[in-house]
Design a protein around this ligand. Structure first.
Ligand SMILES: [Zn+2]
Length: 340
């Protein structure tokens, strides 16, 4: 009995020794493995950027095939970003955002990695806007990006793509005063002119509507800069400026100057579109590449009172997405068409 117990005891000791030995061997192997698998550390050691104090961080940073990788990594480490943050930065941020990040003090990006229209230079503005308006961070980012934290008609940028079917024209983006589309044609039998693609698709939209008891005709399409200026000035003789701004665009800021916008009216009533027409347009105009540009309930974003009659042509692909996402074109442009 005694002998058996002692043997058992010895056996247990042997097992413990073996396990500990095996573990430490395994551990040593692991360490060696990390050293071997640390291409970032290796790359630093082979370069003139190596800094002893960052040795441990280098091991945890995923190597990137980017000519500025070592330089940027050191700069981020200098700004106190942790290795894991640096990995996220390289994974999620655009080159432009990374470049801008190097020009500012450390900011926590934890809540921003998934926000693809992030502009790191605006992080303070995003946070202020979110506090003031009680919206999600993603919405705050988009709203600040489209300048809703500023007064309308301030910091106006002239667009550099006036001929693009997706050009964004609003109270912060203007067309050159001499811009005129070169491919204006009549919309079907009407003397109203739009850019060719938009005119053809509008004809199809109106024809489709008439098969569904929605009878619409154009009553305003392309308007030149000068015409818009006259129109706006005429309204100013009727209403004060802040009121006029809710229903008429200043010259250079009207989508009608693009040749891609149309105001529709009901041909049956010979009057404004009805609520039914508006509903139909909301649910069908995208099929032919149009969106209702100033929908109900979005005045705070578009800067215009609802205009159920005003359609804008942007092509089927984008119109379908705007329809599905149920957002304004101002937001859509920032989320999907702007380069961040
Ligand atoms: Zn209009």
């Amino acid at each position: 009995m005694k002998l058996k117990k002692r043997n058992c005891f010895i056996l247990v000791i042997i097992i413990i020794v073996l396990v500990i030995g095996g573990l430490s061997l395994f551990k040593r192997k692991e360490i060696v493995k990390i050293e071997e698998d640390a291409p970032t550390l290796k790359a630093f050691k082979e370069s003139s950027y190596y800094q002893e104090k960052y040795q441990e961080a280098y091991k945890e940073i995923t190597f990137r095939d980017n000519p500025k990788f070592l330089e940027i990594t050191n700069q981020l480490l200098d700004k106190n970003y942790q290795a894991q943050e640096i990995n996220q930065i390289f994974t999620y941020l655009s080159d432009r955002n990374i470049e801008n990040l190097l020009t500012i003090d450390y900011v926590s990006l934890e809540n921003y990695y998934e926000i693809k229209n992030l502009d790191v230079l605006k992080i303070k503005e995003y946070e202020e806007y979110q506090k003031e308006h009680n919206v999600s961070l993603a919405d705050a980012v988009t709203r600040v990006n489209i300048h809703l934290n500023e007064e309308f008609y301030t910091n106006i940028e002239e667009v550099d793509n006036p001929d693009s079917l997706t050009v964004l024209v609003n109270k912060f983006h203007s067309l050159p005063s001499d811009y005129e589309p070169t491919d204006l044609v009549n919309v079907g039998q009407y003397s109203y002119q739009m850019r060719e693609e938009a005119a053809l698709e509008l004809e199809k939209l109106m024809a489709y509507g008439s098969t569904q008891n929605v009878y619409l005709i154009p009553f305003s399409t392309y308007r030149s800069y000068d015409y818009q200026e006259g129109l706006y000035d005429k309204y100013l003789t009727i209403d004060p400026l802040d009121v006029v701004d809710t229903y008429s665009a200043r010259a250079g800021h009207s989508e009608h100057q693009t040749g891609l916008a149309v105001d529709l009216r009901s041909s049956v009533l010979n009057d404004n579109v009805t609520d039914e027409d508006y509903e139909w347009l909301l649910n069908n105009s995208y099929l032919y590449g149009f969106i209702v540009r100033y929908p109900k309930g979005k005045s705070d974003i578009t800067g215009y009172m609802e205009e159920p009659w005003h359609l804008r042509y942007i092509g089927v692909e984008h119109a379908t997405k705007v329809h599905e996402l149920d957002i304004t074109y101002d937001e859509y442009y920032d989320l999907y068409l702007e380069k961040h």
